[in-house]
Write a protein that binds this ligand. Structure first.
Ligand code: IMP
Ligand code: ZN
Length: 392
């Protein structure tokens, strides 16, 4: 015991507690909302508010670009298979892919995450081109940046990538002084490569990510319909990113594909998403390589990658202390939130507040931003700990 005032302070499981306080009750949704959280797997266009999608679709309907009644029920439907999700993404991309709308949805998505106490967000998005409106991959990402600067409710801090050669300070990108702003959120971008892309197009995304790694781009993601494209197509671009020290996360094992899963694990990415359909050999490999897994409970069940929450591999990974991070994937598509994913994990697998707190804090170890951000985030958790774990 440290030489503190031993009458008034007890140390329990790493936490610090005043005399007269007792461990507070079960994890409920309110507690999950109050918990500081770290989101490492969120797709921009999968996180758009339904209300915004409907409003934008109506506008395009009025302009004769689409027939609103044809798309309204597609947007409103809540239970979707994996194949239906990708059809919806194609529709969302038609609705959202112009510069002004990309900025708008970015602003709203960040404000929504901040409103549920997400303190660090790695937002991923696929840079897109559209010659008819002068959109290049670079101008797409600029539009995302503009959305970050437009955030009104919270101070947005952009942090450079951990692999940046010169340590760069994290910087606020919006006006932090406005009265309306409540708190601070660190936001970093991951640029996604879509599995429909060619090697050249993937390489263009990697070059863009490397160019922007001082400006908030902290890594790369490989995503898209898992039954499309071959790992070998993206390997040259991902290897190039790896050589330059840019961290990588891969969507891995959303469907059964042992050959690809093995190749992905052999590449040893900094993190993987999902890991649902691994067989014994790949499962052993994942564990022995200790690759952190981004777990998206609702997404996996909704898309039938996992048959039920109780059968989810979260349980196995958690019990053996494998590094894992609870994430949302697509809050819009799956009508969820990060707080709800924490609530689901606690209620399904019987985890206490102390365990959920440590699960949330543990995500800090796996962020792609510079180390200075980790220290700041640890302070955020330190100051939230007593209020969340103990009551008088
Ligand atoms: P965007 O990159 O901002 O356009 O976000 C939507 C895109 O993310 C989709 O078109 C997919 O490429 C990818 N995505 C979203 N959810 C999933 C998923 O569950 N599996 C694989 N890819 C996904
Ligand atoms: Zn995903």
């Amino acid at each position: 015991m440290p030489a503190l005032n031993m009458c008034s302070v007890l140390f329990v499981g790493g936490g610090q507690r005043e005399m007269g306080e007792e461990e507070s009750g079960f994890v409920d949704m309110e507690w999950c909302l109050a918990l500081p959280k770290i989101e490492l797997h969120a797709h921009l266009n999968g996180s758009v508010r339904d209300a915004t999608l409907l409003e934008l679709a109506k506008d395009l309907g009025n302009k004769g670009v689409l027939v609103f009644s044809d798309v309204e029920h597609v947007i409103k439907k809540s239970d979707r298979s994996l194949a239906e999700c990708f059809k919806l993404f194609d529709l969302i991309h038609i609705i959202t892919t112009d510069h002004a709308t990309v900025s708008r949805i970015t602003k709203e998505v960040v404000e929504d995450f901040a409103a549920e106490n997400v303190v660090y967000l790695e937002l991923r998005t696929t840079p897109k081109t559209n010659e008819t409106i002068g959109m290049t991959k670079s101008s797409y990402v600029e539009a995302v940046m503009k959305g970050l600067r437009a955030v009104e409710t919270v101070e947005v801090v952009l942090s450079p990538c951990a692999s940046t050669l010169e340590p760069e300070p994290s910087t606020s990108v919006n006006d932090a002084s406005t009265k309306k702003k409540q708190g601070r959120i660190f936001v970093c971008l991951l640029l996604s490569i879509d599995r429909r892309e060619t090697t050249a197009s993937a390489m263009e995304t990697v070059q863009l990510a490397l160019k922007m790694r001082n400006q908030g781009v902290v890594g790369l993601d490989l995503s898209g319909n898992p039954i499309t494209g071959d790992w070998i197509t993206f390997l040259p671009a991902l290897s190039c990113a790896r050589e330059q020290g840019l961290p990588i996360t891969l969507h891995c094992g959303e469907v059964r594909n042992p050959k690809e899963i093995k190749a992905m694990l052999e590449f040893c990415p900094e993190r993987i998403g999902h890991a649902c359909c691994l067989e014994d050999e790949e499962w052993k490999m994942l564990k022995s390589l200790n690759i952190p897994v981004e777990i998206c409970l609702t997404s996996n069940v909704r898309t039938n990658s996992i048959s039920s929450l109780h059968d989810h591999h979260f349980d196995d990974l958690y019990r053996v202390n494998h590094p894992l991070i609870l994430c949302t994937d697509d809050v819009g598509i799956f009508s969820t939130s990060l707080s709800h994913e924490y609530y689901l994990a606690a209620s399904t697998f019987g985890l206490s507040k102390a365990q959920m707190f440590e699960l949330s804090r543990g995500a800090i170890r796996h962020i792609f931003a510079q180390d200075g951000v980790k220290a700041f985030l640890n302070e955020v958790f330190d100051s939230a700990q007593t209020g969340l774990l103990w009551r008088k």
